[in-house]
Ligand binder design. Structure first.
Ligand SMILES: Nc1ncnc2c1ncn2[C@@H]1O[C@H](COP(=O)(O)OP(=O)(O)OP(=O)(O)O)[C@@H](O)[C@H]1O
Ligand SMILES: [Mg+2]
Length: 302
């Protein structure tokens, strides 16, 4: 795997505020890399610097192992802010204008419109689009010259659950084409759902980085309780997908085979005449730690 981006000791000061504070990280080709952190933790500033939009105070960053930033910039599609589309022009015309600005032909437009699921609406004016559709068009615009790298800043902000699901699906599709994606988000569950790698930012510092699967998605402990814990314990031991069981004070902490979900367990217990008073997936300790960090920093920025 080759390295797409390397950041070393990056610093950005705004007067006394350290927006980015000695940040180092590396992004490998083909990864979906999440910058995870609360409001004000330096995500947008970091993306702005590596896109040459914001001037760094000190430190280094390096795209594609080279130092020429104008050449590498062409290989990066980015949305920091929603681009200014012409409201009265259609999706297609808007993308055509972007291809002209980039000195490209119109041949990729239809393919991009299909990818972002707007092909049916390609002739409708931009102003008639929902927020989610506008955001998908923005992602389409960033992909128009087929760049190997895509940068997204809070791509699901302000969208409803369906809009969020569509954007996440799109991100996974783009990742499936082998593109490298760098994504800033303050949502742990977003990073969990779409990213392969992540770094946690807090007040401009990178405080933790790792693989999403190893760190965030490891917990498969399920807590269950019912009025009669002994009866529950006896019943659940008969569930063929049970891996382990620990009796705690007011509940049972169990682990199931990976392929089995809580629905199957609940159905099994209901058939045994047991009604659960509690059923929850236990968060891993790291996940709890992150949530605490995020909450604490949120308190300070409010
Ligand atoms: N132009 C600026 N002038 C002064 N301070 C700034 C400027 N831009 C950002 N900051 C400060 O830098 C810090 C990091 O801001 P940044 O926008 O990078 O955070 P973020 O992680 O993207 O937050 P959010 O989740 O709200 O988008 C904040 O304290 C912010 O107030
Ligand atoms: Mg931001």
């Amino acid at each position: 795997m080759s390295e797409i981006l390397s950041i070393e000791n990056l610093v950005k000061d705004y007067g006394k505020i350290k927006a980015v504070n000695k940040l180092s990280m590396e992004v490998e080709e083909g990864s979906v890399y999440g910058l995870l952190g609360p409001n004000g933790s330096g995500k947008t500033t970091t993306l702005g610097i590596i896109l040459d939009v914001i001037k760094k105070t000190s430190g280094k960053y390096n795209w594609f192992g080279s130092t020429s930033s104008s050449e590498s910039r062409k290989k990066i599609g980015a949305i920091l802010e929603v681009p200014a589309f012409y409201p009265h022009l259609s999706a297609r015309r808007n993308l055509r204008i972007i291809t002209k600005i980039k000195g490209k032909g119109a041949d990729s437009i239809d393919e991009v419109l299909k990818l972002v699921n707007l092909h049916d609406r390609k002739d409708d004016p931009f102003r008639t689009f929902s927020l989610g559709m506008k955001q998908r068009l923005a992602i389409g615009a960033a992909l128009i010259s087929n760049p190997p790298v895509l940068i997204l800043d809070e791509p699901t902000n302000g969208l409803d659950p369906q809009g969020i699901a569509e954007i996440r699906k799109l991100i996974l599709q783009v990742a499936g084409q082998g593109k490298t994606i760098l994504l800033a988000s303050h949502l742990l569950d977003e990073v969990q759902k779409v990213c392969t790698h992540f770094i946690v930012l807090n007040k401009g510092r990178g405080i933790y980085s790792g693989l999403v699967d190893e760190v965030l998605n490891t917990s498969n402990t399920i807590e269950i309780a019912s009025k009669d814990l002994q009866k529950l314990s006896k019943a659940v031991k008969e569930f063929s997908h049970l891996n382990s069981l620990e009796e705690e004070k007011d509940l049972l902490a169990i682990q199931l085979n990976n392929s089995v979900d809580t629905h199957a367990l609940n159905t099994f217990l209901i058939e045994k005449g047991i009604v659960l008073t509690h059923l929850a997936i236990r968060k891993s300790s790291l996940e709890q730690k992150f949530l605490k960090i995020l909450e604490e920093s949120d308190d300070q920025t409010v």
